[in-house]
Design a protein around this ligand. Structure first.
Ligand code: G4P
Length: 292
């Protein structure tokens, strides 16, 4: 899957993105990093810390409607132990977005107090959204700006078109997100991003990807997966993953002329259903690394 890196994120592309983020960072006091709650490791860019340096950060675990709830709690505890504030959100339904201002407030408290001590009455804090493609940045901005209609006038020094929204008293958000590039330095990262549809299927061998997903689902055994395809325990224990893909295709009547099983169609269907959480709310990566 190394070609994914070349196709989507050639070095020039990364440099441009990095420059754009650096320019926007100058305008804000804090950063909200959106990640995918199903793949909290692979959907983060480890270089972000260097970029934002010591600016306070909130992690938004988005798409929590599709992640395993226990796993999401474990991740939030894991971040808390590292002194990092994380919030599980669902930008489709808007779940938990109302907790965002308080989460930002908690990470900004020290800075606000410092400014107040210097005599500033009600300092306004500004924040921007960052994240890799498809993680839900636009969905977050749309939802939160609809909930908070008040638009702040354009400011000098801001690229034309950039706008600010008042999110809560003394908190404004930049309406343009910072796009981060995924970091494919590990084969599993590429795979996990592909499982969730964060990278384009055209650059991936779809059947191989489906087989890798089945390797994972066989181990995890989510009940929805088993019942959806009417699988038996023995199918999971003894069948190799390619055979399992054939079995799933057969059960769905996916045949080509001559009665052969159409494994490509079965692979596309499996991935579509996984991405729509029809095979259960599945978290692929755990804080202790046990599912990776
Ligand atoms: P981006 O700006 O970071 O690139 O991501 P964007 O908001 O465009 O979201 C990417 C896809 O993820 C969209 O689906 C969006 O609806 C979906 N999405 C975002 N947040 C959530 C969430 O919390 N839960 C779920 N289940 N989905 C979420 P799409 O298929 O590309 O578009 P559409 O279905 O909205 O038409």
């Amino acid at each position: 899957m190394s070609e994914m890196q070349n196709i989507q994120w050639f070095p020039g592309h990364m440099t441009k993105t990095k420059r754009q983020i650096q320019a926007s960072l100058k305008l804000v006091d804090a950063v909200a990093e959106i990640i995918d709650a199903r793949i909290p490791v692979s959907s983060r860019n480890p270089d972000l810390s260097k970029l934002i340096q010591n600016k306070p950060r909130v992690i938004l675990m988005n798409k929590c409607d599709m992640a395993n709830q226990t796993a999401t709690k474990m991740w939030i505890d894991h971040y808390a132990k590292q002194g990092v504030t994380a919030l599980a959100v669902d930008c489709k339904s808007g779940r938990n977005l109302n907790k965002f201002p308080a989460a930002v407030d908690s990470v900004m408290r020290e800075r606000i107090e410092r400014l107040k001590a210097k005599g500033m009455k009600n300092p306004t804090m500004r924040i921007m959204i960052v994240g890799i493609p498809n993680v839900g940045k636009s969905s977050f901005i749309n939802k939160i700006s609809k909930q908070n209609r008040a638009k702040v006038e354009d400011r000098p020094g801001v690229t034309r078109g950039n706008q600010w929204f008042t999110i809560s008293k003394n908190l404004e958000m930049l309406d343009t997100p910072g796009v981060l590039w995924p970091k494919f330095d590990d084969k599993l990262v590429g795979e996990h991003l592909a499982f969730t549809g964060a990278v384009k299927d055209q650059v991936i061998d779809i059947e191989l990807l489906a087989v890798r997903l089945l390797d994972f689902l066989k181990r995890l055994k989510p009940a929805e997966f088993i019942s959806r395809f009417k699988l038996e325990q023995t199918d999971l224990d003894s069948t190799d993953s390619y055979e399992l893909l054939r079995l799933i295709g057969k059960k769905r009547g996916m045949l080509v002329s001559g009665g052969e099983i159409d494994t490509e169609r079965a692979a596309i269907m499996l991935l579509d259903e996984f991405r729509a959480a029809k095979l259960g709310r599945v978290t692929v990566e755990m804080p202790n690394g046990e599912m990776r």
